[in-house]
Design a protein around this ligand. Structure first.
Ligand SMILES: [Fe+2]
Length: 188
């Protein structure tokens, strides 16, 4: 069974006199609808077909470097607020890429880094009700058994911000629309 974020609040603990220490992970999310201009810029970024989906993770056309900054800048204020929630004052933009999914395309469990001050983001630029979910797992997965993953349903403009060490994956997709921007920042 997959635990959706809507179900988390329904989880309760028994009042049986026992205390517990709980370690949890924080994924901060917000919604910033991308403007038509930003979507047009995103659509014009050159992507290459890789094994699982189209992206520009490995190669970026020189003219696309500025486009990545333009898209990121659209969401930058949101990131500045979030970084304070994690206890930092500032950040540097480290890496970005776009990923476009066609039917049945997916991505295996992976992480983006292992430093405490490294954070990653996923921005759903284009999606539909048939876009596949992103699944988040507790640190250690898949090498250790953890609780069932947290499943996030894509919504246009939904931005997820999370520690880069959090394992995550994308289920096989069901539309021709799903386009995301992802990347890493380093906070200080
Ligand atoms: Fe990722």
């Amino acid at each position: 069974m997959i635990i959706n974020k809507e179900d988390i609040t329904k989880l309760s603990h028994k009042n049986d006199g026992l205390n517990y220490y709980e370690f949890s992970q924080k994924i901060i999310y917000g919604n910033i609808k991308p403007s038509k201009e930003i979507l047009n810029i995103a659509d014009s970024v050159k992507l290459e077909q890789h094994k699982y989906q189209k992206n520009n993770f490995y190669n970026k056309a020189p003219e696309d470097i500025k486009k990545g900054e333009q898209i990121f800048n659209h969401f930058k204020k949101f990131f500045s607020i979030i970084i304070e929630r994690f206890g930092y004052k500032n950040f540097v933009f480290e890496h970005w890429w776009l990923q476009k999914y066609n039917p049945l395309e997916f991505i295996d469990v992976h992480t983006h880094g292992n430093s405490l001050n490294q954070f990653s983001y996923i921005i759903y630029l284009r999606c539909s009700e048939n876009s596949s979910k992103t699944l988040f797992y507790l640190p250690g997965y898949p090498y250790v058994e953890t609780q069932e993953p947290l499943a996030i349903t894509p919504k246009p403009g939904l931005c997820l911000f999370f520690p880069s060490y959090l394992p995550h994956s994308v289920e096989p997709n069901n539309d021709t629309t799903r386009l995301i921007m992802s990347g890493n920042i380093r906070a200080y």
